[in-house]
Design a protein around this ligand. Structure first.
Ligand SMILES: NC(=O)C1=CN([C@@H]2O[C@H](COP(=O)(O)OP(=O)(O)OC[C@H]3O[C@@H](n4cnc5c(N)ncnc54)[C@H](OP(=O)(O)O)[C@@H]3O)[C@@H](O)[C@H]2O)C=CC1
Ligand SMILES: N[C@@H](CC=O)C(=O)O
Ligand code: NA
Length: 916
């Protein structure tokens, strides 16, 4: 390089130390010193834009030209800031630079990047910026402790440097550090005396954190043998303050300064200070909030870098706030606009202004976790060309969801607004006058109302300003109201092109409706990148979960409460235990049992009970049963958007709560017949509510256990068939009894078997009395449109008169054998006539009545062909008139009944959006 300066001195018109001239200007070389052949040969190896000396025909001495030529070549190779893909930019925030170990880690990451050239932007060590601001505050308020606080700053950097550096490197850093601290002491003293600080003074003081961390990292890298220089970005980045706490970079000026800086400091790795910059008048300033990210993006654009990597402490950008949606996923890619929208709506992505500089040149930004290098991170870039092919996939249409809390809606309404130009302008200029920030606006095309969201803290001032601005219009009725709706949140769905793809908003609103979320206002701009809805703040997380789940970013999750872990309930829990992982993996359905309630004790869990050991857990940490607390627990969990209570009791008191639960948006699934066969008015109220709301009530197992009886009847009715009669053997218990009450067996013994097999009701008298069958008849009759009470169904009871008053089921079973002869006689009578006894229920829809009786059938009749606990139900309808539609199969028992309930749970999941 010494020979270079010597030879350069011959070039009076240019400074070859400044490579800017090589890139942008013609180089003028004194004719007397040019040898055309050699110069052209050498210059041709350089970049375009360099023109050869105009007058080659006047050669200079070949010797001198050749000497110059060699020097030139060296100079250009080392000093030229050749922009482009060979540069990669990294940014490490305060947490990444938090300690000597972390700074060494940063150095390793930079070394592992095999890009030709690297520019690394660093923030101050963690907490240092706050410490620096505190120095100013203290000095300004004449608090002497600023001196000890400055000592702490010195100590932090000095000890970190001692940990990492030694010899000359350490000495260089410490000498500079002490010099800076002394200067700062003097400046702070000045602030102390003045009791005042200007913004630029403060910016100068605060920026030292970045200066020190950049120097330390660069010395650590040099210690490792890296060709590295540190850059005080105040020498390079020029920004224009724009007010409102923002600055506009001067790209042209900064680019030229960067070229000059590099020509003076050629190296492979630049460690640059984040956050700080200078004004055009060379006054120190900062890039304000998220300044270091912004620095990295500006540097990336100045260098036309191949990539800008922002190192942080999360694995990338999530599809939703992971603290609110536990199944949020890391997005592999986002378009610049998507990242922009997500960050606007509160997602922890880059600030939009960070994206602008790199977006211009299509430079990808990679967000990576410094603490988890195995995570690939999120790439923010232009969408790949073939992305269009995937647009049919909802996941690609809606990338993520974000929320903003603590908002209020303002609704300005009145007939006097329609067709009156300037109304919107008057509203929003009043809002502007109080300095409020409008977050979203919605106006229906009828022009009768304008509604907009502002931060809750600003709504009072906004309301007062509007009341005052529109006083006259309100008084004379042209405006009817300026209404405030407090406690609102915004939920935004963000995704490239989603707004222009049919079905996306329908899916979104459907998911919200199914989670019983009321939407207060909607806005969808034509930018096609977001759909915004306003919901009640308390619904916000639930809404977020519901939509997130619906767009397949996570599973359809249902929080379930199982009431009545008796025979059926515990069998259902076993089935759930065996199937939940399959449902999760193959069907994207996540069923979580959050509570199990028995008549005496209950077990609650926040994340879902381990169904392999619920009995032991209930023993260990069960608590006294409390229905209200149970329901509150299962439903109160806002992390899961859907709640279902599964009532596996036979208790009418539990059934009495269904209406309230449905009103609260809790889905109900049950094999308990008490609600649908109870008082007619309550039943009608329940069904009306079910039809109006998006909350579901499923009860397939109430008739024929797992057999599709209710759904078959529904299908017939909904497709316009007319039911004439439903006749059948509806009792698994009685079917079993009469199928097996033969060959001289005792009636009581067969009843005992049916109970043992789990076919009977908790009290078998409910079966033998015909009440259970009557309930099923009522359920089907009401489903068919008949308005009947249980008392309207004549029932032939099989419970011997004297046993009807038995205090318990146990006592009844003990006494029953006394009546065996009576039953044997009935059976013999039928047998002798070549017939069988069958206990049947009939819904006579045509004549609007139902009955239950013990009938005799010929042995070749279909009802005589049953076995086990078979039910058989024949639907005679207008379509199935000559040959009834018959459903037959086991209609009682733990497995089939629990299976029927489980099917209802899955039907609910599919109604809630699980893939079919
Ligand atoms: N068995 C079958 O084949 C079919 C049954 N069904 C219906 O299934 C339901 C359950 O039958 P099954 O399992 O045989 O009956 P069980 O008697 O075995 O179980 C009932 C369960 O409900 C609990 N329970 C009762 N009252 C309450 C209450 N108020 N709060 C909380 N828990 C309560 C009981 O708790 P605890 O034990 O603590 O008292 C028990 O765990 C019934 O409605 C029945 O009609 C429907 C179709 C077929
Ligand atoms: N006890 C009932 C069970 C189903 O509802 C029956 O026997 O059918
Ligand atoms: Na059924």
């Amino acid at each position: 390089m010494a020979s270079l300066s010597a030879s350069l001195s011959h070039f009076s018109r240019i400074s070859l130390n400044s490579n800017t001239s090589l890139q942008h200007e013609n180089i003028k070389i004194p004719e007397s010193q040019c040898h055309p052949f050699l110069l052209s040969h050498r210059f041709n190896s350089l970049r375009k834009g360099i023109t050869l000396p105009q007058r080659r025909e006047s050669p200079s001495t070949g010797i001198r030209a050749s000497l110059i030529d060699v020097s030139l070549d060296l100079t250009v190779e080392e000093n030229r800031l050749s922009k482009g893909e060979s540069w990669s930019v990294h940014k490490f925030g305060g947490t990444c630079m938090g300690s000597s170990q972390r700074i060494k880690n940063v150095a390793d990451i930079v070394l592992n990047d095999d890009s030709e050239r690297k520019l690394v932007v660093v923030s101050a060590m963690s907490k240092v910026t706050d410490m620096m601001y505190e120095l100013i505050t203290k000095a300004q308020s004449r608090d002497d402790s600023y001196i000890s606080s400055l000592e702490a700053v010195l100590e932090k950097h000095s000890s970190t440097a001692h940990d990492m550096l030694d010899g000359d490197n350490l000495a260089i850093f410490l000498s500079k550090l002490h010099e800076d601290i002394n200067n700062l002491k003097a400046m702070l003293r000045a602030i102390y005396i003045a009791g005042h600080v200007t913004e630029s003074f403060a910016d100068f003081v605060v920026g030292h954190g970045e200066l020190w961390s950049a120097q330390m990292l660069s010395l650590v890298m040099r210690k490792n043998g890296t060709d590295c220089k540190w850059m005080d970005t105040r020498e390079v980045l020029i920004v224009h303050p724009t007010g409102s706490n923002q600055v506009d970079p001067d790209y042209l000026e900064s680019e030229q300064k960067l070229e000059k800086w590099y020509s003076r400091n050629p190296c492979k790795v630049i460690i640059a200070t984040g956050f700080i910059a200078s004004t055009p008048k060379n006054i120190p300033t900062t890039l304000k909030r998220d300044g270091s990210d912004f620095s990295a993006a500006i540097m990336g654009s100045l260098l036309r870098a191949g990539q800008v990597t922002i190192w942080t402490d999360v694995d990338g950008v999530y599809s939703a706030d992971p603290r609110k949606v536990s199944e949020a996923v890391i997005l592999k890619t986002l378009s610049y606009q998507e990242a922009w929208e997500m960050s606007y709506f509160g997602a922890n992505v880059l600030h939009p202004r960070t994206i602008i500089p790199v977006m211009k040149y299509g430079i990808p930004i990679l967000i990576r976790n410094i603490f988890n290098l195995s995570a690939p991170g999120t790439k923010i870039c232009h969408p790949a060309v073939n992305d269009n092919e995937d647009m049919a996939n909802l996941q690609n249409l809606v990338k993520g969801f974000a929320t903003i809390d603590n908002l209020a809606l303002v609704n300005v309404e009145g007939t006097g607004m329609a067709g009156v130009p300037g109304t919107a302008s008057a509203i929003f200029s009043a809002v502007k006058d109080v300095g409020a920030n409008v977050i979203m606006i919605s106006q229906a095309s009828s022009e009768h109302s304008v509604c907009f969201a502002v931060p809750e803290t600003e709504v009072k001032a906004v309301a007062e300003a509007l009341q005052s601005r529109f006083r006259q219009a309100l008084d004379n009725g042209r405006l009817s109201q300026v209404a405030i709706i407090p406690n609102c949140s915004i939920l935004a769905a963000v995704g490239q092109k989603m707004a222009s793809t049919p079905g996306v908003s329908a899916t979104l609103f459907n998911a919200l409706a199914k989670a019983s979320i009321n939407v207060r206002a909607i806005a969808q701009g034509c930018s096609e990148y977001n759909i915004t809805v306003v919901v009640k703040r308390e619904d916000c997380i639930k809404a977020l979960r519901a939509v997130h789940s619906r767009f397949y970013l996570s599973r359809t999750t249902i929080a379930m409460g199982i009431i009545g872990p008796g025979l059926i309930g515990s069998t259902l829990l076993d089935q759930l235990r065996d199937q939940t992982s399959v449902l999760k993996e193959e069907f994207n359905i996540d069923l979580r049992v959050m509570g199990i309630l028995g008549s005496k004790s209950m077990l609650l869990s926040h994340g879902g009970i381990d169904l392999a050991s619920w009995k032991e857990l209930r023993e260990e940490r069960g608590e006294v049963a409390n229905l209200e607390k149970f329901v509150q627990h299962v439903h109160g969990n806002h992390f899961i958007p859907n709640t279902a209570l599964v009532d596996c009791t036979a208790d009418p008191a539990i059934a009495g709560h269904y209406y309230d639960w449905l009103c609260k948006g809790i889905h109900v699934i049950t094999p308990n017949k008490k609600a649908n066969s109870g008082p007619l008015d309550q039943y009608l109220k329940l069904r009306a509510l079910q039809r109006q709301s998006y909350t579901h009530y499923f009860y397939e197992a109430t008739v024929g256990a797992g057999l599709p009886i209710v759904s078959t009847l529904r299908g017939l009715l909904e497709t316009g068939d007319k039911i004439l009669q439903i006749e059948g053997i509806f009792s698994g218990t009685l079917s079993y009894i009469f199928n097996n009450f033969k060959d001289g067996r005792a009636f009581s013994e067969v009843v005992g078997e049916a109970k043992e097999a789990g076919f009977t009701e908790p009290d078998p008298r409910d079966d033998l009395s015909g009440t259970d069958v009557a309930r099923k008849v009522i359920i089907l009759a009401r489903e068919s449109g008949l308005k009947l009470e249980l008392s309207n169904i004549p029932v032939e009871s099989l419970v011997p008169e004297p046993l009807r008053v038995c205090a318990s089921a146990q006592e009844f079973m003990q006494q029953l054998p006394k009546f065996d002869p009576e039953f044997a006689k009935k059976q013999e009578g039928a047998e002798n006539a070549g017939e069988v006894l069958r206990y049947v229920g009939v819904v006579d829809v045509t004549n609007k009545k139902g009955f239950v009786e013990l009938r005799r059938y010929k042995k070749d009749h279909p009802f005589a062909q049953l076995s086990g606990s078979d039910n058989i139900i024949a639907f005679t309808t207008r379509r199935y008139k000559n040959q009834p539609l018959i459903v037959r199969g086991p209609g009682a028992g733990a497995q089939v009944t629990a299976g029927g309930i489980f099917s209802d749970i899955l039907r609910l999941a599919s109604y809630l959006g699980a893939p079919s």
